[in-house]
Design a protein around this ligand. Structure first.
Ligand SMILES: [Zn+2]
Length: 472
């Protein structure tokens, strides 16, 4: 375990002064709508912004193809855990590709632990397009700015702040926790979560449930209703390479066996294909809740038309109604007058939970026998039900901090480390709670320019997490 100093020299002293402060159950803070609510985690609220800002400065960029550097951020996280007496385990899949895991004892250790997972890596950012430096961790207009502010160093900071506060104040979570801060999520977790599950499953195998990213955020419907979208399902990943072969030759001759033509035909057929509508339990429930909230009935016979009326979120919701494919890369030939013998395309396919075999059958039917299909990545879809004590604990914590909260389940069309953990039979939820301003384009923040997170959202997040961990 390392004790590398954090990037900000002020942070050690502020952490010490925070730990010396007493935890008062009497304090109040302004909640949503000006409501006065009891403070649940005063120390966590006080330090979450500083922790997040420091994390944003590490440049833990994951360039893909095994190229990344989580080690400095991982050492920082480990030192922050060790500082309050939590013993971190540092695991490295390859040099510099570092993850951190720790256990925190709960009130009832006879129960299976809860896993709280987040990732330390971020996608690249082109500084010339940003208002502030993407690795500055700067505070501006009530937000912390930087690559990873919502994906997902915010949750790393919220988790750290919450568990540090629990341990320092001697308040135990309801059951044991396993906190995991992982490498390489942005490249499918091959050197992070997937590597952990395949090579060191003992660190997490006794967990029965998990919370992670892209869920628990608010979507304001009206002055008296905010939906909180909790992720209970993820589409599966089917990235494929398509190859057509033909007869190579001179570009001036007649060619009835042109690989480029054959590939383009197949890619166009696939790209234009509309897969049939399939409603999973999660999406059915989500549409019911959303329709109820906005006073709109979803016509199941003409779902596409109703979803289209939702505006900007229609693309995201629409992607959870069916299997999808998007051709993304093409390659063939070297010279304008030479017919190549081979042409290659890459296609990003996503299938619904329970649809894997049907999706493969549909693909092959569309592509026909002459196109060779190989997997670049084929990864699981996941889905769990929106019920049980853990869901009640999430809902209760949200409602306690936001009286107009209504938690609803939803399906993510993308993927997270939940795919890896669900392989161990762990029930995975996206729950990184944030109360967001109604006008913030939250989904546009993910991998976007000027990624930022409101300071108040971070403070809300730790209050909700604190409540949740006492009820989970
Ligand atoms: Zn992420």
């Amino acid at each position: 375990m390392s004790t590398t100093p954090p990037p900000s020299s002020s942070s050690t002293s502020s952490a010490q002064s925070l730990s010396a402060r007493s935890v008062s159950g009497q304090s109040v803070s302004a909640g949503p709508g000006g409501l006065r609510l009891p403070v649940t985690a005063p120390n966590a609220e006080a330090e979450v912004v500083e922790l997040c800002s420091e994390l944003l400065r590490f440049e833990s960029v994951n360039w893909g193809d095994g190229n990344g550097r989580e080690r400095p951020a991982a050492e920082y996280v480990a030192s922050r855990l060790a500082e309050v007496g939590i013993e971190p385990t540092i695991l490295e899949s390859e040099p510099g590709r570092t993850s951190v895991i720790a256990r925190i004892e709960g009130a009832d250790s006879s129960r299976a632990p809860l896993l709280i997972h987040s990732h330390l890596d971020v996608v690249p950012a082109d500084a010339s397009q940003w208002r502030v430096g993407p690795f500055s961790g700067e505070e501006l207009d009530g937000c912390l700015w930087g690559r990873g502010a919502v994906d997902m160093l915010d949750m790393v900071a919220m988790t750290l702040a919450t568990v540090r506060d629990l341990v320092r104040s001697g308040r135990k979570p309801s059951r044991d926790l396993v906190v995991a801060f992982l490498a390489d999520e942005e490249a499918g977790g091959v050197l992070g979560a997937r590597w952990l599950v395949d090579n060191h499953p003992q660190h997490v195998a006794d967990c029965t449930e998990a919370i992670g990213e892209v869920g628990g955020f608010s979507y304001t419907v009206s002055d008296d209703l905010r939906l909180y979208l909790i992720e209970t399902a993820e589409k599966g990943l089917a990235w494929m390479k398509l190859t057509a072969t033909g007869r190579a030759g001179h570009g001036s001759m007649i060619s009835d066996d042109n690989a480029v033509t054959a590939l383009c035909d197949a890619v166009a057929r696939l790209g234009r294909h509309e897969f049939p509508l399939v409603l999973t339990d999660t999406v059915r429930r989500f549409l019911g809740e959303l329709g109820d909230a906005i006073g709109m009935q979803f016509d199941l016979d003409d779902l596409d038309a109703t979803v289209a009326k939702l505006g900007p979120v229609a693309r995201m919701i629409g992607a959870t109604l069916r299997n999808t494919v998007n051709p993304t890369q093409l390659a063939a030939g070297e010279k304008v007058n030479v017919i190549p013998g081979e042409a290659v395309a890459y296609v990003d396919g996503r299938y619904l939970p329970g649809q894997r075999d049907e999706f493969l059958r549909q693909l092959d039917e569309i592509l026909g026998p002459d196109i060779r299909r190989e997997w670049v990545v084929l990864d699981d879809a996941v889905e769990t039900s929106f019920d049980g004590p853990l869901v009640d604990a999430m809902a209760g914590a949200l409602r306690a901090e936001d009286p107009i909260a209504r938690p609803v389940p939803y399906m993510l069309s993308g993927g997270t480390d939940a795919k890896s953990f669900s392989r161990l039979g762990i029930r995975c939820f996206g729950f990184s709670p944030l109360l967001l301003p109604a006008d913030l384009d939250f989904s546009g923040m993910f991998h976007g320019v000027d990624e930022r997170v409101p300071l108040e959202s971070l403070r809300f997040g730790v209050r909700v997490l604190d409540r949740f961990l006492h009820a989970c």
